[in-house]
Design a protein around this ligand. Structure first.
Ligand code: MG
Length: 387
């Protein structure tokens, strides 16, 4: 039996994680839940899974939850509460699915406590990848990617040694604007940007997929997870999202991982690794899909990708700044303050301002400090809506 703590249990990945737990009642048990403000759903989850420990975002949420469920479970709040759920002594595996930089302290706490952490929150690795890897090494903890591409790479890497790898090929759906006339990008609405063609995901990641900043962040994530240089990581657009990523070996063989577009697959892999257990989820029917396409990335259409490669090459604080500036720019787009092209424009300007001040990241405090700096910068930039 493996005991599971879920950081971000009411979000999309959190709910999928609970569906995986439901599917493997003899293998998996929930012991900790941390969530944001969706108290109704969290209260239901507590009743159903009876965890030892729960954490919510703030004290007001705690009171609301207490009113719903009484004193049957211990409830904490804030970053400290999330860290306590992440490092709960009885937990063997932590699924980290808190969106954005708020996930950094609890993931670090879990790794310091020697847990296996299934990371769905790529921002944690982008902003503080070296610090997280070191924490895992020192404590005997383990990072397993839940991000579908990196999960695919993790599986494909089991076919050879590190030295035998030529390159990683991350696949990308291309998002909703792969075919859209570039001249109309200034007119893109929030609704259109949220309508992802293949994956059903949270708002932040859906916008990141539309700009392809998501794939840029995934390049940085792959760099940290697999110890590959940016020039060893390539991207191919694959609109069907069936091949989740590939590894090319020096002998020319390419190993790919395929499944339906369902996050339950990478989640069950991370929870049950290294075992493979018969799963009840919908299987892939390749004869129905018939054809799989692959295209190169047009950098005029998706300038975010090149920005992310540049940040990865620069290293140090640059990826943390990229990530934080992007988070704010996406927030501002969702709030109707920005045009779609301005998202990447803002990130670009913040990176420019930081270029002469790139600093090493030795601790999560370093990462969080640059994260705050970049957020302020990104909030302050007044973009004349660029079209
Ligand atoms: Mg992904």
């Amino acid at each position: 039996m493996r005991n599971v703590s879920i950081l971000g249990s009411t979000g999309s990945v959190g709910r999928s994680t609970l569906a995986v737990v439901d599917a493997f009642p003899d293998e998996l048990k929930v012991v900790g839940l941390a969530a944001g403000g969706n108290i109704d759903l969290l209260a239901e989850q507590i009743k159903r899974y009876q965890p030892e420990l729960v954490s919510v975002r703030d004290a007001a949420d705690l009171e609301r939850l207490r009113a719903r469920i009484g004193s049957r479970v211990k409830i904490l709040h804030g970053a400290e509460g999330a860290c306590a759920v992440a490092s709960l002594p009885s937990a063997n595996v932590v699924i980290a699915a808190i969106v954005g930089a708020a996930g950094i302290p609890p993931v670090y706490a879990a790794l310091q406590a020697g847990k296996r952490v299934g990371i769905a929150n790529k921002e944690v690795l982008v902003a503080a990848g070296d610090v997280m890897s070191r924490a895992a090494r020192e404590s005997g903890g383990e990072i397993l990617p839940v991000d579908s591409e990196h999960n695919a790479v993790h599986q494909a890497l089991r076919c050879g040694s590190h030295e035998e790898v030529q390159r990683i090929i991350l696949t990308a759906s291309g998002g909703p604007f792969l075919q859209r006339d570039l001249k109309t990008f200034g007119d893109i609405t929030v609704e259109a940007a949220l309508a992802h063609p293949t994956w059903k995901m949270g708002n932040k990641i859906s916008i990141d997929s539309a700009t392809m900043m998501n794939k840029g962040l995934e390049v940085i994530e792959a760099h940290h997870l697999f110890g590959m240089r940016p020039d060893q990581i390539d991207i191919l657009i694959h609109p069907q999202s069936i091949v989740h990523s590939m590894v090319e070996y020096v002998d020319g063989s390419i190993m790919a991982q395929l499944s339906t577009t369902d996050m339950k697959f990478p989640i069950q892999y991370a929870l049950l690794y290294p075992d493979r257990v018969t799963a009840p989820f919908a299987r892939l029917d390749l004869a129905k899909i018939r054809s799989l396409e692959f295209l190169t990335v047009d950098s005029r259409r998706f300038p975010a990708v090149e920005l992310a490669y540049a940040a990865c090459r620069a290293g140090g604080s640059m990826p943390a700044v990229l990530n934080a500036a992007n988070e704010i720019a996406v927030e501002r787009f969702l709030a109707g303050e920005l045009s779609f092209p301005s998202i990447v424009e803002i990130v670009n300007r913040v990176l420019d301002r930081h270029a002469s001040a790139v600093a090493p990241i030795h601790s999560i405090d370093d990462a969080l400090q640059w994260d705050r700096w970049a957020r302020n910068e990104a909030r302050g930039i007044d973009v004349a809506v660029s079209r």
